[in-house]
Write a protein that binds this ligand. Structure first.
Ligand SMILES: C[S@@+](CC[C@H](N)C(=O)[O-])C[C@H]1O[C@@H](n2cnc3c(N)ncnc32)[C@H](O)[C@@H]1O
Length: 294
């Protein structure tokens, strides 16, 4: 059966599975890195009274690859297994993510947002599942993270973006707009009445506008002080943009696929509480040490 026809079945199976899970009422802990299978963790906290203000997840992308981390131990650099992104089938991958997203909705505050980071392989299917789980009217943004690094292809346009699907739990959600530069055509001043214009160091004129849904942020470079050695590490700058708009100061930011802890690191630096979870021992070690250094 084609995956398109399977989508309805996947959503139904995920809903039934989530209903049949035994749920606990433990409160979400704050400022913690937890080593746990996230389904188990979400289930045991589904009925707790402490909820997350903003959840960001960067799950496996259905890439079919195994990922490693470069770590330094006793002064020696070595590589270690980080996690696997190999699945029996695409339906299995989608169903596993759908069950967890249903539980994430339960641990989310009524005014909360969930951001799901994916790429071209699965984003369009997951968007359909999120429409089912949250409702199509709860889609806040389809965000594009555009970057420069990585390989190039001669057989297609170079693939240089990821997609972040942002959904709200209710129609009354927290969102704080940010400003960014918008350059005037030709770099010249418009001199419109009532519009404040600025000039950059090269003499080009711009205005400040509300941030748009495409974020151009560099990947974490080889020599960056942010680099942890964990494959698929995401830049703190990208996390910062999301957190500033989607989580109030002092709120709780949760990531149930935390890897090296980029989201938690940005949250802590921005005065938000963090909760990180991963089932990989290596990820939890790297994330915990990273968070302790902040
Ligand atoms: C793409 S990586 C996250 C990278 C992270 N955003 C960073 O900046 O380092 C996905 C992570 O999800 C974790 N993971 C996958 N399935 C999981 C599960 N069922 N429960 C908990 N963690 C899981 C993997 O161990 C891996 O560290």
């Amino acid at each position: 059966m084609s995956i398109l026809y399977e989508l309805g079945g996947i959503a139904d199976r995920a809903k039934a599975a989530a209903e049949n899970i035994e749920k606990g009422s433990a409160d979400l802990p704050e400022d913690r890195v937890v080593r746990c299978e996230n389904l188990e963790f979400l289930a045991s906290h589904a009925q707790g009274s402490v909820k997350a203000d903003f959840i960001y997840i960067d799950p496996p992308f259905y890439s079919g690859a195994n990922y490693k981390a470069r770590i330094v131990e006793d002064g020696e650099v070595r590589t270690a297994e980080a996690y696997s992104d190999k699945w029996e089938s695409f339906a299995d991958f989608l169903e596993a993510l759908a069950v967890r997203m249903i539980l994430m909705k339960e641990v989310l505050a009524p005014s909360g947002l969930l951001a799901v980071h994916l790429d071209t392989r699965a984003a369009h299917y997951v968007k359909v599942l999120m429409d089912e789980i949250f409702g199509p009217d709860k889609l806040v943004n389809e965000l594009i993270w555009s970057y420069k690094s990585g390989g190039a292809s001669t057989k297609c346009f170079s693939k240089k973006h990821d997609t972040i699907l942002l959904y709200s739990k209710s129609k009354k959600y927290y969102f704080e707009p940010q400003k960014e530069r918008s350059y005037n055509r030709g770099g010249k001043p418009y001199r419109f009445k009532g519009v404040e214009e600025f000039q950059d160091e090269n003499g080009r004129w711009y205005t400040m506008v509300n941030r748009k849904d495409v974020f151009s942020v560099d990947m974490v470079g080889r020599t960056s002080s942010e680099r942890t050695g964990y494959a698929t590490q995401k830049p703190e700058k990208l996390m910062e943009i999301l957190i500033k708009s989607c989580c109030p100061e002092g709120g709780l930011c949760a990531d149930f696929y935390c890897g090296s802890g980029s989201f938690g690191a940005a949250a802590k630096k921005l005065g938000r509480h963090f909760l990180l979870c991963d089932d990989s021992e290596l990820a939890v070690k790297i994330a915990s040490e990273r968070l302790e250094r902040i």
